[in-house]
Design a protein around this ligand. Structure first.
Ligand SMILES: Cc1cc2nc3c(=O)[nH]c(=O)nc-3n(C[C@H](O)[C@H](O)[C@H](O)COP(=O)(O)OP(=O)(O)OC[C@H]3O[C@@H](n4cnc5c(N)ncnc54)[C@H](O)[C@@H]3O)c2cc1C
Length: 324
């Protein structure tokens, strides 16, 4: 029997696993094909790819700044300077924050943290039973496992579905609103644009990133990531799969109109709906630990909508486990 089963390989799962793995036997179970969760990198060909979810980090807390600086020294992270344009005066708030990105892709932090951890992919947990002194977990691929401790790191609604019957506190009485959004990945002709990102003030298209400006690879085409606003995502994320072409075109047309970037040819597009893109209404606690049941929960939604909140939550849970 393993000491810890950790569900999820995003920043929260990667951070807590990395710390626990120094002392205990740990296994990470991830339903996707690779690491990173909402900070995943969609590889297109060789090194060429797109940051699919998270676009950049802008560390705020002293602890996370120090962690990020160590990763810059190790060349896991780097600065993304370039020309970040604000198409409306009102959205200049991000200008003062540094922008850090993964050296090869934004899942580099999770990859780095998990490099010595035993991970199993395409392994979706769907049933949990409490047995005498341990947890019994069953996965959708028909495998099961016994573990002494269970840590869950998924978005709020998914954690609630999995473990609410074992949580005796009011944790799941909290209202954590999860925002949805649509993302279009697009490869076009070389447009000659020297802009790294566009912040818009539109009600449909929220933000655009020029992946080539991240200087991770050389490509004779331009790669763009178009992200919808939460307002648009809320209305359309549940039904975009039936009309993928339509929603892709809505975002592309907005992009052309608002930025005036000259697109002559589109070689490739891909659309994805993030049902649980980010959260609002942070809680008053940073993580959950039941030392009797040996059940832990850490995730970004305890503290806010950014990757840093997931990292802080995992650090907090590790401290609780260590002192219990
Ligand atoms: C489009 C988008 C843009 C963003 N932009 C930014 C940004 O610019 N800056 C920023 O700081 N943050 C940004 N974020 C938010 C940031 O990505 C998240 O805060 C962070 O990645 C959350 O990490 P996490 O580990 O808490 O959760 P997740 O990354 O969601 O990890 C949870 C993992 O659990 C897995 N999982 C869930 N259920 C199961 C199950 N039953 N069995 C097995 N595995 C399971 C999931 O597949 C996932 O990999 C963005 C997010 C999105 C979607």
């Amino acid at each position: 029997m393993i000491d810890f089963a950790v569900i999820g390989s995003g920043i929260s799962g990667a951070t807590i696993s990395n710390k626990l793995n120094k002392k205990y036997s740990v296994r990470v179970f991830e339903k996707a094909k690779g690491v990173g969760g909402r900070s995943s990198f969609k590889r297109f060909k060789g090194k060429i790819g797109f940051d699919h979810g998270l676009q950049y980090l802008s560390p705020r807390s002293r602890e996370f700044k120090s962690f990020a600086n160590k990763l810059i020294k190790k060349r896991v992270l780097k600065h993304w300077k370039g020309n970040h344009q604000f198409l409306n005066e009102k959205v200049k708030r991000d200008k003062k924050h540094v922008k850090l990105i993964g050296t090869r892709g934004n899942n580099d932090i999770c990859k780095h943290l998990l490099k010595s951890v035993n991970c199993k992919f395409q392994s979706e947990l769907f049933e949990i039973q409490r047995q005498k002194n341990c947890w019994f977990l069953r996965f959708k691929d028909n495998t099961d496992i016994y573990t002494k401790n269970l840590i869950i790191t998924a978005p709020f609604p998914q954690v609630k579905k999995l473990v609410s019957k074992f949580v005796k506190t009011k944790l799941f009485k909290n209202k954590v609103n999860m925002n949805s959004s649509l993302t279009v990945l697009m490869m076009t002709n070389k447009t000659g644009s020297n802009v790294s990102s566009f912040f818009t003030n539109d009600n449909i298209l929220g933000w655009v990133s020029n992946e080539n400006s991240k200087k991770r690879f050389k490509c004779d085409k331009d790669l763009w990531v178009l992200q919808s606003t939460y307002e648009y995502g809320k209305k359309h994320t549940d039904n975009y799969k039936n009309k993928k072409k339509f929603y892709t075109n809505v975002l592309i047309n907005k992009f052309k109109k608002l930025t005036k970037v000259k697109i002559k040819k589109i070689y490739f597009t891909h659309i994805h709906g993030w049902k649980y893109s980010s959260n609002s209404n942070p809680l008053k606690i940073n993580s959950y630990w039941d030392k009797k049941l040996k059940l832990g929960i850490c995730a970004d939604w305890f503290g806010g909508p950014r990757l840093e909140n997931g990292w802080l939550s995992a650090e907090d849970l590790f401290n609780k486990i260590s002192s219990s």
